[in-house]
Design a protein around this ligand. Sequence first.
Ligand SMILES: [Cu+2]
Length: 356
Amino acid sequence: MKWEPPAAPSVRKEVRSLTTEEFEAYAKAMLRFHNETIEDYVIPNWATLTAFHAEATLNETYDALHYGPHFLLGHALLMKAFELGIQYYDSTTAAHYWDWTTNATDIFTEDMYGNFDPRTGDVLDGYFFDLEVNRAEEATKYTSWLSDDATLLRGVDSALLPTPKISRSVGMFPSVEPATAEEVENCVYNTTTYKELWCCVFYTEEARDECSSLSTADEGGLHGKVHSYSSGSLAILNPPLPPTFVPFDGSDLATSTNDPVFFAHHAQVDRIYQAWITTTTETNVATILDPCGGYDEDPPPGHGLHDPLYPLIDLVDEHYKINPKGGDGKPDTAFDVCRAFYFSKSAGYVYDTLNF
Ligand SMILES: [Cu+2]
């Protein structure tokens, strides 16, 4: 029998507000999603999810998940895929979030994401102690971006890491701090169109208005700062290596999904997006013709309102049932998915609170 996801909407909570048992259930479901395979599900395991994120990022013509409006919407779908994956193993859990605007370091403890060795970056304890990055052989599709002899799903930035284990560098750069609640609120409440929102979350303050600077988004933007904050640069920790930016897994743009922290961070990014939707629909910015309200303002290639959300199409079909295969035969577009978020509320999850 085909597995059916939970019927009630999932409630995503702040990871530190979970009971010990709830966090354990979440972590153990993640480890099973890492180590096992779900038959008959579009994203059968964590490795496939990582390969999929990387292929969308590194595909030859454009980055289909970053540097454009697909950033928020595409990652919202990716998070739903992850949530369904862990719920296969434990239907009581959900894609919980890390509100890094308060005491961000608190989650790197033995009972949660683990302490780490500041010299090597090794995770020393906790549920993800000894966790290895995803392996190519476990990803059944989406690996055309990999070189033929690659065994690990690592992008160009993290390919040189010395061991297959996940490692961290939380707070090692005094200048890299997660965004504050004020910065988040500024994006949620002081942006009118979807374009302003995603630019606010993705780019640094200086690049925000222009909304098109490849160089500042990765590390300096509200979203990128947290990747850098938790996974930083190996070169500074390990001086014998060449003095280039060699990030740990969690800050490799293509394969940061290898690090379990990715999912708590991106649930928080999605929470910002959902908070904005809640405030913005009141003002009727979204219309039936442009259900994301500004999605189509000068989109970069492949990121238009009527461009498919490559390669999340199967997931959209399966979960949102917007445009089932065998229907009109056209791929699902950002338009279809926005419409689901705005008008049919079929996302199937809620956050415990949308206040920052
Ligand atoms: Cu991403």
